[in-house]
Structure formats: structure tokens, C-alpha cells
Design a protein around this ligand. Structure first.
Ligand code: ADP
Length: 427
């Protein structure tokens, strides 16, 4: 990284359709904001061009998404051309702002807009493969959101011709936005030093707010988009299993697909009747409540079938909640029947029993509970150990909470990797 210090500061303009907290549907919104802030902290200038939406929260899901986003990319480049901005780097994200790559290289570059380089980041290859493939051709450099994901997608025909300019850089979280020491949505500020007191107060506040019984029982939190990718059947099983173990469950999630939303509304009605003082399913999008859940839960479950990086498990750890995640499964990209890592989850969560050596090789201590496969036995393997540790080894469990809080999942290092990619694109 020594070379970076001597390089002049860069002007980077992002073109993106999400930016937390103004317009956020999932991790893309978090990344655009937090990566920008981290790179800015290293002395570079950042601008973000975002579409003005009349309904924040309904970014996607209209029949004309492609047309709207294409128009937006054109408008963003027109704005740059006429405003006099001459960025060093144009950074576009996923299929939604992929058109910036070819519109710039085919047209705007020749209109006197300067010689910006185009960086393209793939957050999820599942969507808009046509646009993603085309942007890969035109981008000067491309990145994706974890090392394991970059390997997973390297055989995809959209990616394989471009491996020489393709980098896997693990996402981070913004430690100022997700900070239990300075968070208006939780009752008591805490660090790893007073994690037990801080989380106790947050759990009580969460129980009170959602009408759950105020009791000292293990609490499982789930914060997710409710889509097949996120392991819906495993989520349902984990809810029931936790209730069987006398625990409490809070789920915050919304489903873009009305059939899935209805299914969860029915489940919520059933569960609120049968176990009303121990489970609450909040089927909406609620940023403030998500903070209280991260702080007030003992565990956060992320049983994704497929997860390029995943931020939920990183946010959980920042709040001293122990991640329970799916580690391996059948490759979703290649559909080949071999067990492969669940990408970002494998890169960031190391099982307290099974991954000691793997964690050590990354310079880390184990930090969670993992399971393999996509059936209920897998979930039980992780959940049972986590809940037993909570009941029978509280001192050990509290030390684990402290330890995960001390791990650094911020942008400190990944931002430097991005800056290196920006500079490399300009060579
Ligand atoms: P993805 O981008 O696939 O949805 P990530 O784990 O990368 O998954 O990012 C999810 C982000 O969205 C996290 O910041 C999480 O807290 C937030 N989130 C997901 N669902 C909700 C919800 N219903 N309410 C509030 N925040 C949510």
C-alpha cells in the first residue's frame, strides 16, 4: 500500500440506485454509503448520483425497472457533462447502473467529459446478467463483494474472459452508522467492556416494545429480505426450534413477492396466537427497529441459500450478537452437486467448534455457529449448540459476545483495496 500515499487524491463519482439511509433496500445501499465514507476518510473526494424517487423504499419491482434505470444512467452522464465535473473514476453498481459503463465508453467519453476510468462492482450476479456481462466488457476494472464469491463466479461466461481485471474485495460495515456506543435507537450505550449490561437493557427494551414477556431467555433475531435466497424454510424451522427450546424469536423482514408476504402473515397469526409472549414477526421494513434487534438479540440467524457477502452477520457482531449462519451448500451458481462455501458467510463466520484452524489462518478467533446443507438437521446442529452454550455456559458465552465485538469488520482494510483498484485503473 506504500505507493498509494504518493498518489494524488482522486475524485470518484458513484452512480447507484440505492444509498443508505435515503434509499435502501438491502446491502447495496449500505455499501454505497459506507465505502464512500471510508474512501473519503483517506483524503479522496466522493460524489454520489442517486435517482430522485417519489417513493423511497420502492426502488425495484415495477415492470419498467430496466427502462427507468437506463434513463437514470443517461441522465447521470448528462449531468456530469454539463455540470463541469471531471471525475477520475466513475463507479457503477450491479445491473441497475451497469449502463454507465457502456454509455460512457461508447458516447460520453468522446463528448469532452474527460478521461474517467470506469469501475463496476457486482453485488449479486443473480440479477440482470445481460447488463452485467456488457458492463464487464467496458469496465476498466471490476470488483465483487467477497473473495469466495469472486472465485464462485469466475467460471461464469460473463466473468471468465475478464478475470485479469476482476477483484474480490470483502464488504465492510460503517462503524459510525452501526455503533452501539452511539446509537439513538438503543437504550444504553455500550462497548465490548460493558456488553452484558448494554445488551440486557436492549433486550428488555425490545421485549417491551414488541409486547414479549420480559424474561431472561435466549433471543434469536432475524433481519432479512424474505426471499428464497435467504433460506425461508430454514428460517421457519429455526423459529419453531427456538420456541421448543424455550427461547424467544424476533423476525424483521419484508417480502417483495406478495405470496411469500402472505405466507408469513399467516405464520405470524398462528405463532402470535400460540406463543404470543415469545415470538414476534414484524413483516415490514424498519431501520430503527433493526438496530434494536441487533443489540437486543443473543443470536442473529443468517441461513442464506446463497450470499455473495452478507452484511447482517457483520452488523450482528458489531452489536455483540452471535451469528448463526449456513456455511456450505450446493453451489447456486454452477448448480453442480458439490458442497461449496456460502461465499461471504464462509469468509466471515468461523465456527467455535469446527473452524478454529481456519479462523487462525485468517488471524482471527472463532466467532459464531455454522451449519452445512439446507435441511432442518443442519440448522439444529448450529442452533442447539448456540442455545446450550447460552443456558449452560453463560460466562463463556458472554466472553464470546465481547470477542466478536472486538473484531474489525469495518472498511479500514477493504477501502484501501478499493483505492488500489482505482489507482490501478488509471495506470
Ligand atoms: P441483501 O443485500 O441481500 O438484502 P445484506 O446482508 O447484504 O443482504 O444486507 C441487508 C441489509 O438490509 C442490512 O443492513 C439489514 O440490516 C437490512 N435489512 C434487511 N431487511 C430489513 C428490514 N426488514 N428492515 C430493516 N433493515 C433490513
Amino acid at each position: 500500500m506504500g505507493g498509494i500515499v504518493k498518489e494524488p487524491p482522486l475524485h470518484i463519482m458513484h452512480v447507484a440506485v440505492e444509498m443508505a439511509p435515503i434509499a435502501k433496500v438491502g446491502g447495496l445501499g449500505d455499501v454505497v454509503t459506507s465505502l464512500s465514507r471510508a474512501v473519503q476518510d483517506f483524503g479522496h473526494t466522493i460524489d454520489i448520483i442517486l435517482p430522485k424517487m417519489f417513493c423511497v423504499g420502492c426502488v425495484y419491482g415495477r415492470n419498467d425497472d430496466g427502462d427507468r434505470f437506463g434513463f437514470f444512467c443517461h441522465a447521470a452522464l448528462e449531468f456530469i457533462l454539463h455540470s463541469g465535473f471531471r471525475p477520475d473514476i466513475l463507479h457503477c453498481h450491479d445491473w441497475s447502473s451497469a449502463p454507465v459503463a457502456w454509455l460512457f465508453k461508447e458516447n460520453y467519453m468522446h463528448y469532452g467529459i474527460g478521461n474517467a476510468r470506469v469501475i463496476f462492482t457486482i453485488h449479486n450476479l443473480e440479477f440482470g446478467i445481460g447488463q452485467i456481462a456488457r458492463a464487464m466488457v467496458y469496465a476498466d476494472r471490476a470488483t465483487t463483494v467477497s473473495n469466495t464469491y469472486s472465485k464462485e463466479v469466475s467460471g461464469n461466461p460473463a466473468i471468465s474472459p475478464h478475470l485479469y481485471k476482476f477483484h474480490g474485495i470483502l464488504n465492510g460495515i460503517d462503524p459510525d452508522i452501526w455503533d452501539p456506543y452511539d446509537d439513538n435507537f438503543i437504550p444504553v450505550s455500550y462497548t465490548s467492556e460493558n456488553v452484558v449490561e448494554g445488551k440486557k437493557a436492549a433486550k428488555e427494551s425490545l421485549q417491551q416494545r414488541l409486547g414479549l414477556r420480559k424474561s431472561d431467555h435466549p433471543l434469536l433475531g432475524i433481519v432479512t429480505r424474505l426471499t428464497v435466497q435467504k433460506g425461508i424454510h430454514l428460517i421457519k424451522h429455526a423459529i419453531r426450534r427456538t420456541l421448543d427450546c424455550n427461547g424467544q424469536v424476533v423476525l424483521l423482514g419484508s417480502a417483495p413477492d406478495p405470496r411469500i408476504q402472505n405466507d408469513f402473515v399467516n405464520l405470524a397469526n398462528q405463532l402470535h396466537q400460540s406463543h404470543g409472549d415469545r415470538v414476534r414477526l414484524c413483516l415490514t421494513y424498519d431501520e430503527p427497529l433493526s438496530h434494536l434487534i441487533y443489540a437486543g438479540s443473543d443470536f442473529i440467524l443468517v441461513p442464506s441459500i446463497f450470499e455473495p457477502c452478507g452484511l447482517t452477520q457483520l452488523i450482528a457482531m458489531r452489536y455483540g450478537s452471535i451469528p448463526i449462519v449456513r456455511k456450505t451448500g450446493v453451489s447456486a451458481m454452477t448448480k453442480v452437486k458439490i458442497w461449496t462455501p456460502i461465499l461471504g458467510l464462509y469468509d466471515t463466520v468461523f465456527d467455535v467448534d469446527d473452524d478454529k484452524e481456519r479462523a487462525q489462518s485468517e488471524g482471527l478467533e472463532p466467532n459464531g455457529f455454522n451449519f452445512e446443507g439446507a435441511d432442518s438437521a443442519g440448522v439444529d446442529y448450529a442452533l442447539n449448540r448456540a442455545i446450550s452454550a447460552w443456558y449452560d455456559g453463560r460466562e463463556w458465552f458472554n466472553l464470546l459476545c465481547k470477542r466478536v465485538m472486538q473484531q474489525d469488520w469495518s472498511w479500514n482494510k477493504p477501502a484501501l483495496d478499493y483505492i488500489e483498484v482505482y489507482h490501478a485503473a488509471r495506470k
